[in-house]
Ligand binder design. Structure first.
Ligand code: E4P
Length: 214
């Protein structure tokens, strides 16, 4: 299972990358805005750190605008993936970009049929937002299960990025279901690595070692 980091913060990306945990990065306009830096400058810096897909999202809502932005953004790095919203215009842009061999990630997916359409349009990736569904008392993970089944039924090669991850259980469930990728905020990634019994066990090993050295 691949781990993408869901952030535009370069310090977080460097830290997770040094742990070998960054197979790719997803950003969105909100994450970029949070950094208060120039969009293209941030994306370029991320591309210099990460070999895998670096997702940059368009902000146009019409197909032509999306295509223009996408064709510009792909010049930043060989590993750029264009995030396109799950709208009719977004599907048209996805089809055209796919025909131009530009990889897309159809984002803001909240239903299995949206995911089916994204795959048919030629998306390289699809991003179901599970946390936002959970927030509305709808089971986000059920959506992932349904997409996995549909893509398997028809042998689509669109990769599923489980997005809007809020806690470690979301990552565990994604892995058990067999999603291709989880895109994980740095705060959640840090939690995955820690366990109180690991800390307790390490402390007692080190205490015993010190005692034996006296
Ligand atoms: C990733 O591609 C999404 O932009 C991100 O996971 C959204 O997460 P949120 O629902 O916590 O904003």
């Amino acid at each position: 299972m691949k781990f993408f980091l869901d952030t535009a913060n370069v310090r977080e990306i460097k830290e997770a990358h040094s742990m070998g945990m960054v197979d790719g990065v997803t950003t969105n306009p909100s994450l970029i805005a949070k950094e208060g830096r120039d969009f293209e400058e941030v994306i370029k810096e991320i591309c210099e750190i990460v070999d895998g897909p670096v997702n940059a999202e368009v902000v146009s809502v019409d197909t032509e605008g999306m295509l223009k932005e996408a064709r510009h953004l792909v010049r930043i790095g060989d590993n750029i993936v264009i995030k396109v919203p799950m709208t009719v215009d977004g599907l048209k842009a996805t089809r055209r970009l796919s025909d131009e061999n530009i990889k897309t990630n159809v984002t803001l997916v909240f239903s299995p049929l949206q995911a089916l359409m994204a795959a048919k349009a030629g998306a390289a990736f699809v991003s179901p937002f599970i946390g936002r569904l959970d927030d509305l008392s709808q089971e986000g993970m059920l959506l992932v299960e349904q997409i996995v089944e549909i893509y398997s039924n028809y042998a689509f090669d669109t990769e599923i990025i489980v997005a809007s991850i809020r806690n470690p259980l979301h990552v565990l469930d994604s892995a058990l279901i067999g999603a291709d990728i989880a895109t994980i905020p740095f705060s959640v990634l840090s939690k995955l690595a820690s366990h109180p019994l690991t800390d307790k066990g390490l402390k007692s090993f080190l205490d015993d070692w010190k005692k034996s050295q006296k």
